[in-house]
Ligand binder design. Structure first.
Ligand SMILES: NC(=O)c1ccc[n+]([C@@H]2O[C@H](COP(=O)([O-])OP(=O)(O)OC[C@H]3O[C@@H](n4cnc5c(N)ncnc54)[C@H](OP(=O)(O)O)[C@@H]3O)[C@@H](O)[C@H]2O)c1
Length: 324
């Protein structure tokens, strides 16, 4: 059975204040859905209300809380909340804690869902779970070789079939490198370019990756609440895998700066950013969006050649607004 995602649904959205979640919220409100948006902080709750959501203050680390009531009433749940991943060096210990904490959050959320009421749960994972796919284009049936964050996402992703078997209508979404006017793209690419600092990369041959503009990613996640098949996985990546450094090259051009790439050996990059981030740059990941497109989804930015200039433009506007 498919839901008509164009029709108003009652959505429960976790991670609504995050990088992707903010765009999912905007797309959901624009499409006429009623959104119960979860946040841990009162300040964020006010911002969510201002954007048209009904804010629910709660923490998935705790099994109890008023948020459970809102979950039980949802036609669809979109689960984006995750422990913090960026902003500091990502050591192996920090990644292990991430893994355990994420499993706890998932468990608490899934326990609160009423499968008789909720028709889809879109669980947002990441393509680092598939990791090293070699030089061929892969689809969702490929054997995963988790890299970067992937090994720390794997226990959560590999628990999903058991929840599906227990009757939860889970659709798993796997976004690739999600670029936009925030998160890692601002931290590792746009801010260094603006400040004349180098954009660090890994020495050696060009390694291809599969990017997606955050607005397309958000629209695809929302689309899957209506068109995703229960128990299936969907890559959310644009049409064109590119060498990782291509995103910084396009961004530099859009910013009108020369841009200094500095390629470091793995050990140096690991010292600078931690093992997980260094490993995220060390593998090939060319993924197909055929399955997603076969559900009727189409991209506003089919490649980063179109999408990155738009993301840069958005980021510049945000900078101006912040400085006003
Ligand atoms: N960003 C990417 O490039 C990328 C790529 C592929 C896949 N993904 C996946 O996409 C998902 C979203 O990523 P993102 O980068 O948008 O996330 P993010 O910006 O790191 O935001 C994390 C969100 O989780 C919420 N959160 C954290 N701990 C919580 C808790 N204990 N209880 C309730 N909410 C909690 C935060 O809300 P409050 O602080 O308001 O409570 C925040 O909204 C993740 O599953 C990630 O693995 C991301």
């Amino acid at each position: 059975m498919t839901l008509a995602s164009e029709m108003g649904q009652r959505l429960f959205l976790t991670g609504a204040t995050g990088f992707i979640g903010a765009h999912v919220l905007r797309a959901a409100i624009a499409a006429g859905h009623e959104v119960d948006a979860l946040t841990r902080s009162k300040g964020n709750a006010e911002a969510l209300e201002a954007r048209g959501a009904k804010s629910i203050t709660g923490d998935l680390s705790y099994r109890e809380g008023a948020w459970r009531e809102a979950v039980r009433k949802a036609d669809a749940v979109i689960h984006l909340a995750q422990p913090q991943t960026f902003g500091r060096r990502v050591t192996t210990e920090r990644a292990r804690q991430y893994c355990l904490h994420r499993l706890d959050m998932d468990r608490a959320l899934f326990k609160a869902i009423d499968p008789a009421k909720t028709r889809r749960i879109v669980y947002v994972a990441g393509t680092s779970y598939y990791g090293d796919c070699g030089p061929e284009i892969c689809d969702e049936t490929a054997v995963p070789h988790p890299r970067g964050w992937g090994p720390y996402l794997a226990p959560a992703i590999e628990s999903l079939p058991e929840y599906v078997a227990r009757g939860l209508p889970i659709v798993a979404a796997f976004p690739g490198w999600v670029y936009g006017a925030g998160s890692w793209f601002a931290q590792y690419v746009l801010e260094p370019l603006r400040d004349g600092r180098p954009v660090y990369g890994l020495r050696g041959p060009a390694r291809y990756t599969s990017p997606v503009h955050v607005e397309d990613c958000a629209r695809a996640i929302l689309h899957l609440t209506g068109h995703g098949e229960i128990g299936s996985r969907y890559f959310i990546v644009d049409d064109l895998p590119v060498p990782g450094e291509r995103l910084a090259e396009i961004a530099a051009k859009a910013l009108g700066v020369r841009g200094r790439g500095r390629k470091l050996p793995f050990v140096m990059l690991r010292l600078l950013s931690g093992h997980v981030i260094a490993d995220s740059l060390a593998y090939e990941n060319r993924l197909s969006n055929h399955r997603l497109k076969s559900t009727g989804f189409s991209f506003a930015f089919p490649s980063c050649e179109q999408g990155v200039p738009n993301a840069v433009q958005q980021w510049l506007i945000n900078q101006l607004d912040r400085n006003r």
